[in-house]
Design a protein around this ligand. Structure first.
Ligand SMILES: [Zn+2]
Length: 456
């Protein structure tokens, strides 16, 4: 049973934490070439550790950028599934360094939290997995599942070479399902299943009228104002009930079922007016704010510029105006198709007397969702609940994680997002930290999870 494995983790806690500290002490900042040596050291640390644990094959895969660590364990038997475990060993830069209360690369425990860059995102969470693998090998002599490990060194710089590696070495990384621990829970000690992520796309609209700013007394009444023209286009795209009025925008969007509405209602919501300062919430007609942020597509104007911005008045008809627009998408929506719909809508609503240009955003991603009652998800929820002693909640997130989309596109396998971070971890910011009890309970969750999914 699991007891031996759990005792191993408890008895060896100090040593494991010391080893984690060694890992966190390596400044593996991926964006700065000054840290190339450290990146290699962090990759080397993982290579050594995975070999010590007893993986059958461990290797550094060279990429055009930083190396990726690949490891394979295949002795769990034919009945056991193979899991692809993804994580990253690179970290964000530490600037502004003066705002840190301790050295970001000298891990320090204060009030039950381990402070260091990467403690939560993602070295700490990667380490938990490796420590659990170690515990299984040391006590049971084998892992309950077959494992393929993929730990990259470029997540914080957009995973530049990951897609190519996963795509070109499809056989090597092929698995029955994937597990990623690079996310968090909605609150500390609140087990959370993240079962959906939104997709993303965008456009930029530029409206041009005269070839220079004009005197409004001499030309007002003769020449169309580009800002007014742009405003006309923008207000035609979403109405006051927060319903997007672009033809075909909602085509293919799955209806929000009652069961899912119930799951969403069970998540303790954020008090949006309190956390944002906005006087009240505004969400799509027929949906709560939580439902809209988690499960319905959104349309946002991210910036508008044009005309005179200085002090006082300047009586001009500006030459041009620009708006930047992005949409968060849900399953059933294709980013490229949405871009085309947006473009068509803009041209259709463009007034005469101006030239309208649409530029399509290059970064696009499809939404991802796994059914909340999928057996792999249910087992994850049970494992969380057992370890944390609290019912697991289910959430969908408004953001996107590119690797999730890629694994889905290349392998079409279920992806389980087992996040252990907390909202107070300050990812990417000064004083990043991770609660030590989440470290313990997270590892316990993993022990239960691997045991529960070890039959195909
Ligand atoms: Zn991360």
């Amino acid at each position: 049973m699991s007891e031996q494995v759990l005792s191993y983790l408890t008895e060896n806690r100090e040593q494991l934490l010391k080893k984690l500290n060694d890992f966190l002490s390596i400044p593996s900042v991926s964006t700065d070439s000054v840290h190339k040596k450290d990146i290699n050291e962090a990759a080397g640390f993982l290579e050594t550790y995975l070999t010590e644990i007893g993986f059958d094959q461990v290797e550094q895969q060279e990429t055009a950028g930083h190396p990726l660590i690949y490891a394979e364990y295949n002795q769990a038997g034919l009945d056991a599934p193979t899991v692809l475990f993804y994580g990253h060993y690179d970290v964000q830069p530490v600037d502004p360094i003066e705002l840190w209360d301790s050295d970001p690369f000298k891990p320090e425990v204060r009030d039950g939290r381990l402070y260091a860059r990467g403690s939560s995102d993602d070295k700490g969470q990667v380490f938990m997995h490796l420590a659990v693998f170690e515990a299984f090998m040391k006590t049971e002599g084998k892992l309950p599942i077959n494992v393929k490990v993929c730990i990259e060194g470029e997540e914080e710089i957009g995973s530049e070479n990951l897609y190519e590696v996963l795509h070109d070495k499809k056989e090597l990384f092929a698995a029955d399902f994937a597990v990623i621990s690079d996310s968090g829970m909605v609150a500390k000690n609140q087990p959370t299943i993240l079962y959906g992520l939104k997709g993303f796309t965008g456009i930029e609209i530029t409206v041009t009228g005269p070839d220079h700013d004009l005197h409004s007394g001499m030309y007002g009444g003769a020449i169309r104002n580009p800002i007014m023209a742009l405003t006309h286009i923008l207000t035609s795209m979403k109405n006051e009930e927060e319903v997007i009025t672009i033809d075909g925008f909602y085509d293919g969007v799955e209806p929000l079922l009652d069961e899912e509405r119930e799951l969403i209602a069970n998540v303790q919501g954020e008090d949006y007016p309190a956390s944002t300062g906005a006087p009240e919430t505004a969400s799509e007609k027929g949906y709560t704010a939580k439902e809209h942020t988690m499960a319905r597509p959104t349309f946002e104007i991210n910036g508008v510029y044009g005309g005179y911005q200085g002090e006082g008045t300047k009586t001009i008809i500006p030459s041009s105006a620009t708006a930047k627009i992005t949409c968060r998408l849900v399953p059933g929506q294709d980013p490229e198709k949405i871009q085309t719909l947006l473009e068509k809508h803009v041209y259709k609503h463009a007034p005469t007397g101006v030239t309208v240009e649409v530029e399509k955003e290059k970064l696009s991603a499809k939404a991802y969702k796994v059914e909340p009652n999928h057996p792999l998800i249910e087992k994850a929820a049970e494992s969380y609940t057992k370890a944390f002693g609290k019912e697991t909640v289910y959430v969908r997130m408004g953001g996107s994680i590119p690797v999730v989309e890629w694994i889905e596109a290349i392998y079409n396998i279920p992806i389980v997002l087992l996040g252990f971070g907390t909202p107070d971890d300050r990812l990417h910011s000064p004083n990043e930290s991770f609660p030590l009890d989440s470290f313990d309970k997270g590892m316990e969750t993993l022990v239960y999870y691997w045991k529960s999914v070890n039959q195909k």
